[in-house]
Design a protein around this ligand. Structure first.
Ligand SMILES: [Zn+2]
Length: 413
């Protein structure tokens, strides 16, 4: 399982951008005319064309402050929309240009910080969010993102401070902020009795009843899975991956996950380990840890949105679910899925979830059978480069996703 991140984009950042109005009185001349034409295009919602006009105005008269300001607004607007659509490379080009034009414009800096956050580049994200807060200390979106970053790093106190500072000014995001604070409250209450351990790529926290041997064995298993995933994917997560080992009841309280979830990934790997006593017992965790760590690698490699069947199928591949095992369990479930989208829907929970996991594993198993791991990996690379999944799949596989779905549907007959 994995949860989404970010989400404040729709609120504060967009609002502040719109507040940066474009209307200015025009001085006479060709540059001013181009600037006015750009403003009209922008007001009509045609930001890309507006950008060209503002650039033209600026080329004609590099001293025209309105054109410079407006070009920044248009570029940031383009970048924001691309970011929301998951077109990260385009977004980055436009947002970096906007920041170049207006290095202290907090909303632009925040958008760039959000972009890096969504890509999993937490270090870069921190640089830009700090710059945004220097310019605008009360900017709610920046405070929320700053809190998200502290939270990812396991600094719960700093996360709390940032999120609390954002409350009140966050508008539509206020509710989301309160939810984050509530969750953090539950986690810090549990945190007090926690032990800690670290290894090369992980920090592990575990609550009192978890034996230290179990935690240490978990770290060893995680490092082994990490090396394998690194070989297969190329790009590892950019920072230590936080892992929390819970006794089952604690886990349920904190994540409010339905009972069937073995582990979860939401930027941290969370695994319930209630009842495990020794290092030998802990070997049982190997497949779950590899599954959740796959989600971390997928996010590091393709931060955009992916179909759930693809993500869960890949995670199960690395968990060790074979093509044959997936086919057998799907047959024994006796459930038919209309298509892969139907599988993704069923993966979100409900009666068909077990069958949906098997169907997802079967789909990725078939991809691997067709062309080895190269095929899912290449698909991820295309998505990372900004293509939609359907197109990315076709370019990687040489057949359309629809054709592939037909093959997959025949498999459990
Ligand atoms: Zn999963």
């Amino acid at each position: 399982m994995r949860g989404g991140i970010g989400g404040f984009l729709a609120g504060s950042a967009a609002g502040v951008l719109l507040a940066a109005a474009v209307a200015h009185a025009e001085p006479p001349g060709a540059a001013a005319a181009a600037n006015a034409a750009g403003a009209a295009l922008f007001s009509a919602g045609r930001a890309a064309e507006a950008t060209a006009k503002f650039s033209e105005a600026l080329a004609l008269d590099p001293g025209l402050a309105e054109a410079r300001h407006n070009l920044g607004v248009a570029l940031a607007t383009l970048g924001r929309d691309e970011l929301q659509a998951g077109r990260f490379d385009d977004a980055r080009v436009h947002l970096e240009r906007a920041v170049e034009l207006a290095p202290r414009e907090a909303p632009y800096l925040l958008l760039l910080a959000a972009l890096h956050y969504q890509r999993g580049d937490l270090y870069e994200s921190r640089q830009f969010v700090d710059r945004a807060l220097e310019s605008a200390p009360g900017l709610a979106g920046a405070l929320e993102l700053s809190g998200d970053l502290w939270y990812q790093e396991g600094s719960l106190e700093r996360a709390r401070h940032a999120w609390e500072s954002g409350l009140g000014a966050a508008g539509a995001r206020d509710h989301a902020l309160r939810m984050k604070l509530e969750r953090l409250e539950r986690e810090s209450a549990a945190d007090e009795g926690f032990g800690r351990d670290v290894s090369r790529h992980f920090t592990v926290q575990f609550d009192g009843p978890v034996p230290a041997e179990v935690a240490r064995a978990a770290l060893r298993l995680l490092e082994a899975a990490y090396n394998r995933l690194w070989r297969e994917f190329g790009r590892p997560p950019q920072h230590d991956v936080p892992v929390i080992l819970y006794s089952r009841t604690l886990f349920d309280q904190i994540t409010r996950s339905p009972g069937w979830v073995a582990g979860s990934y939401d930027g941290k790997i969370r695994v319930p380990v209630g009842g495990l006593e020794s290092a030998a017992d802990a070997e049982l965790l190997g497949p779950i840890l590899a599954h959740e760590l796959t989600h971390a690698f997928v996010r590091a490699n393709a931060p955009g949105r992916l179909p759930l069947w693809f993500e869960e199928g890949l995670a199960q591949h690395f968990q060790g679910v074979t093509f044959e095992a997936a086919r057998q369990s799907l047959r024994s479930e006796g459930i038919d899925f209309a298509n892969l989208e139907d599988v993704s829907a069923a993966l979100r929970g409900g009666a068909r979830v077990g069958a949906a996991y098997a169907a997802a594993a079967l789909a990725v198993g078939e991809m691997v059978r067709m062309d080895g791991l190269w095929l899912p990996r290449r698909t991820l690379e295309h998505v990372a480069a900004g293509r939609g999944f359907t197109e990315a799949f076709r370019d990687a596989a040489g057949i359309s996703l629809a054709e592939f779905e037909e093959r997959w549907a025949e498999l459990d007959r």
